[in-house]
Design a protein. Structure first.
Length: 71
C-alpha cells in the first residue's frame, strides 16, 4: 500500500526551505534534503510527512467506518 502525501510550498517555506523564483513561478529549494538527511531541517520535513501520513490514514479509516455503518 502506498500513500500519497502532499506538502504545500508554504509548509516547506515555514520549515525554513529557501524560496526561489524562475519566470515568476515560486519554487522550493530542497537542497538540505539532498545534502544531509540528518540535519534538523530534514528531520522536521520527515516529521511533517509522517504527521500528514497519519492524518490521511485516520481520514481513510473514518470514511471506511461511515461506509460500513451506512450499509
Amino acid at each position: 500500500m502506498s500513500i500519497k502525501v502532499v506538502i504545500t510550498k508554504q509548509e516547506m517555506w515555514d520549515l525554513g526551505f529557501e524560496k526561489f523564483v524562475i519566470d515568476g513561478e515560486e519554487y522550493v529549494d530542497k537542497g538540505p534534503l539532498l545534502l544531509d538527511s540528518t540535519c534538523e531541517l530534514s528531520k522536521a520535513y520527515y516529521n511533517l510527512l509522517e504527521q500528514k501520513k497519519r492524518e490521511v490514514l485516520r481520514k481513510r479509516k473514518e470514511k471506511e467506518r461511515r461506509v460500513r455503518k451506512s450499509k
